[in-house]
Design a protein around this ligand. Sequence first.
Ligand code: ZN
Ligand code: ZN
Length: 268
Amino acid sequence: MEAESEEDDDRDIGEHNGMERYKSSFHQELFQGPQLMAPCEKCGHNRKRCPADCSYVQYFPAGRRDDFVAVNVVFGSIKFLSVVNEAPEQNLASESLIRHARARIADRVNGFSGTAYQLRNRVNELRAELTERGIPIGGEIIPQIEAEQLEAEQSVVHNGGPCGACRHQRKRCPANCSLRAIFTSQRNADLNNVLALYGVPKFKSNMDRVDAAERRLAAERMIQESRAWNEFPGRGFEVLINTLNQEVQRLTRTLELAKLPFKKRLGG
Ligand SMILES: [Zn+2]
Ligand SMILES: [Zn+2]
């Protein structure tokens, strides 16, 4: 209402007073209004005023620019919000998605599965060393998802029709469509998982950001992440990473305990 009558008022009270009024309302807005704090990183990124009810401010308050940029590049901010809103625990899901995004920025081919691979290799090294020393490895706590989620899809079955992604987007699937070899008619479940976590445009742009020779692998890694997110909503691949982390710690302890008397024996 104020804004509507402002022009008339300014004419009456003159330029100087108008400016003072502008200053004082700016001052009020800055120090007393809901905009007390700097805009959230999304609104700051878009150079927009951050409304009091901004949906992003709780996830990307001022100062979390790198997190916002990573999420915006990898998932897109709108997708991020819809995935978080559908998750059982929204704050946990948001932090997990941010870590997923940052992992994909750090390793554009493997993303989070790069970390999982390193951990699994470490588990295998530790197991081998324990076996070599004749030490029982103990409880097999790695769940089945390990094998399932770390094996990239090998078989490629081309079919003549459009790929699932183009069909979903109601687009013509060109002969050189980069998703044709991936989203065959046998992989509808994978496509649905990818649609839920990434959506086709971001899935594609994440693929396009890596060298051509590694695009297929990057795609399979994103499919694995999407599968894991579907299986463990709000945590996704982190479930596997946490399990592997625990196993590395457990095997390391087992090895250290077994080494201890051996060393003593050598020393004495
Ligand atoms: Zn905002
Ligand atoms: Zn296609």
